[in-house]
Each structure stands twice: as C-alpha cells, then as structure tokens.
Ligand binder design. Structure first.
Ligand code: TTP
Ligand code: MN
Ligand code: MN
Ligand code: MN
Length: 366
C-alpha cells in the first residue's frame, strides 16, 4: 500500500475537556502564531476573539502529528475562518503576516512591556499608552501613581519575567509546607497550576492548602502569611478573604468562574544556593507565588479548578453548562436538573458526574 502522499484525517472532540492534550505539541509553529493573536486580542480587551484563537490553538495542540496541508484540517471543529487564514499563511509562507505585523506594532510591544509588570492589566496599560507611556523608563518618569502591587512589580520586573523552574517551585513548596506545619499541624499543601500539569517552567507557583478536619482551615492564611513574613520570605503579599458564603451568588449559584477562596497573591524572596552576597552579586530572586486555602469539603473542586490550563477550565464549565445542565466552579458542582449539589472527594468523581472520561493533569495542557 502506498502510504507516502496519503493524507490522514483527524477525528477530534470539540470540547478541550474531552481531549488529551500533553505538552508534546506537534504543531507549535501554528499554535505559537494563534496564541500570539489570542494574547493580542486579550491585551486589547477583545475576549471573544481571544477565546476563538485559544480554542483553535488548543485543537491543534491535541493532534497526534504535524499538520502539513490544509486538507488535513477538513471537518475539524474549533477552526474559524480567521484561524484557518492564519494557519494557511504559516503552512504556505512559514510565517503569518498578521502575526509578524502584530509583533512589530508599537502598541503590542508597549502592551507586552507594561502588562509584564505584576499588578498591571490591559486596562491600565491602555491608559498609560494613551498618556504616551510605552516602556518602563517612560513610566518611571511619568509621575503616574502606582499602587503597592505595581510598585513591587516594577521593582522586581526582571526577576518576575524570568521563568520559574521546577526546582525553584519545589524549593518554595518546602518553605510553604514548613510554614503550614508550623502554624497548624496536619495541614496539607498541594502543588497546582502549570507545574501540576508537568510543565518545566511557569510564570508563578500555585499552591492549595487544606486541613482534613473541616473548619480547621478557617483563619489559616493570615497565620501562614505571618510566619512567612517573620522568616523574611515575603517581598510582597496581598491576602483576600473567603467571600464564598457571604456572596450574593453563592453557595446556591456557583456559576461565576472567579472563585472566592481565601487567597494570597505574593512575591517570594527565594535564596539561590549557598554563595556569598556582595554588592554586585545578589543571592536571591523574586518569584510570584499564589496561595489558596480551601475547606476539605471543596478541596477536589479547588484542585480541579486550580490545575488548569485556563482553557481546559473554561471548557469544563462550558461542557457542564451546555451539555449537562450543571454549574461547575472551584467550590462545587450543582446539578440544575436535580436542583442539588453533587459531593466529590476526588477529581475522578467530578469527571464521572460530568460524564467525561478522566483526564489526568499531564493531559490538561490545552
Ligand atoms: P495561572 O497560575 O495563571 O496559570 P498556569 O499555572 O496554568 O500557568 P503559568 O505557568 O503561566 O503560571 O493559573 C492557574 C490556574 O488557576 C488556572 O487554571 C486558573 C486558576 N485560577 C482561578 O481559579 N482563579 C483565578 O482567579 C485565577 C487567576 C486562576
Ligand atoms: Mn506524540
Ligand atoms: Mn501558575
Ligand atoms: Mn497563578
């Protein structure tokens, strides 16, 4: 049989949460282009366009081989007209002209630099650009008022834009475990976010904290933060309290995707090795760390909701709502047909309730 020249037709599910997406991406030439356009859309507050590009990129990440011709994409879901145009451009010319012109544009460059500051989002960056601020130097001399987060972000700009390694994530995990053990014995720490999905680097490190006895976790975060602060591990922190029970839409309506756990956005001071510090040689670096405290009764939902990827989470909620008439959040799963909460103590149980095959964290890299 003649194999060369034959065109494989892929068959792929339309929701990212139905697919196994490992870090082994055979189409990074295409997904890099689509991800850049997604990022550009998000930076311009065009969320609908952003999601469309993210979905298209995620579909290509799930393909088992490299796409070399447009005909292989026939019948595939998630690929809109615009995404197909970009893919065609890359397949025919090696690059997408839209991606190249975006990368060169003054506005995109400025948005990237300014939102690279911790605490600065698309709206703030846009306001600064309209005031003629395109880089850090101009920002420093602009007289713009920065909040506490942004000041810390600017101060530690280079460190925070340097990817965090798995080894650094593990070192921080040991510190967090020690903090938690010191303030409440029996507490548990779980790595979540990208590192739980097996990524080798990340933009931050995410941890979930709980205690096997329901209620013991109340008030835990301020104690953990105070311990970390007393040991000199924190360069910045902002703690927000749990607002789940008091909020208007909870616990009866867990529809919102923004969770309401007690949460701490922080910047850690991580010592590197055992070298001597000198005036010109800094022996520590700043690392972004997210800490979240969850009661044990919600822990499985918190783990699922904080493992990501962001698109995988979005697709899980879309699947739950559109296909199962259920509302999924990082706190709970509500069945709107039976009008009741579905309890779970593991991620496997939640996938089962949703009628989905279990996808392990390493295959949620959509
Ligand atoms: P991130 O830390 O933003 O992303 P990541 O860990 O997948 O990738 P990176 O390596 O760049 O850090 O978010 C981790 C997960 O946390 C993500 O799936 C969504 C979830 N999350 C919430 O549930 N609520 C929130 O408010 C935020 C910001 C994230
Ligand atoms: Mn493969
Ligand atoms: Mn993360
Ligand atoms: Mn995070």
């Amino acid at each position: 049989p003649q194999i060369s020249g034959s065109v494989a037709l892929f068959s792929v599910s339309s929701y990212a949460c139905q697919r196994r997406t490992t870090l082994d991406n055979h189409n990074s030439n295409l997904t890099d282009a689509l991800s850049l356009l997604a990022e550009n859309a998000e930076l311009n507050n065009e969320d609908g366009r952003g999601v469309a590009f993210r979905r298209a990129a995620a579909l290509l990440k799930a393909l088992p081989t490299q796409v070399i011709s447009m005909s292989q994409l026939r019948g595939l879901p998630c690929l809109g007209e615009h995404s197909l145009r970009v893919i065609k451009d890359v397949l025919e010319n090696g690059v997408s002209s839209e991606v190249e012109s975006t990368k060169q544009s003054k506005r995109y460059k400025a948005l990237k630099i300014l939102t690279g500051i911790f605490g600065v989002g698309a709206k703030t960056a846009d306001r600064w650009i309209r005031a003629g601020i395109y880089n850090l130097e101009q920002l420093r001399h602009s007289g713009q008022t920065l909040n506490r987060a942004q000041k810390a972000g600017l101060e530690h700009y280079d460190d925070l834009n340097e990817p965090v390694t798995k080894a650094e994530a593990d070192a921080i995990g040991e510190i967090v475990q020690k903090a938690v053990d010191s303030v409440l014995t029996g507490s548990q720490v779980a790595l979540s976010g990208g590192f739980r999905r097996g990524k080798l680097t990340g933009h931050d490190v995410d941890f979930l904290i709980t205690h096997p006895e329901e209620g013991k976790e109340v008030g835990l975060m301020p104690k953990v933060v105070a311990w970390l602060e007393s040991q000199g591990f924190l360069l910045y922190q902002k703690t927000t309290r749990n607002s789940y029970l008091e909020s208007k839409d909870g616990p009866a309506r867990p529809a919102s995707n923004m969770d309401r756990f007690e949460r701490c956005f922080s910047i850690f001071k991580l010592t590197k090795g055992k070298e001597q510090e000198t005036a010109s040689h800094k022996i520590w670096r700043a690392v972004r760390v997210d800490l979240v405290v969850s009661p044990i009764s919600q822990f499985a939902f918190a783990v699922l909701g904080w493992t990501g990827s962001k698109l995988f989470e979005r697709e899980l909620r879309r699947w739950a709502g559109h296909e199962k008439n259920m509302s999924l959040s990082s706190h709970a799963l509500f069945d709107n047909t039976q009008n009741k909460y579905l309890r779970a103590t593991s991620e496997e149980e939640i996938f089962a309730y949703l009628g989905l095959e279990y996808i392990p964290p390493s295959e949620r890299n959509a």
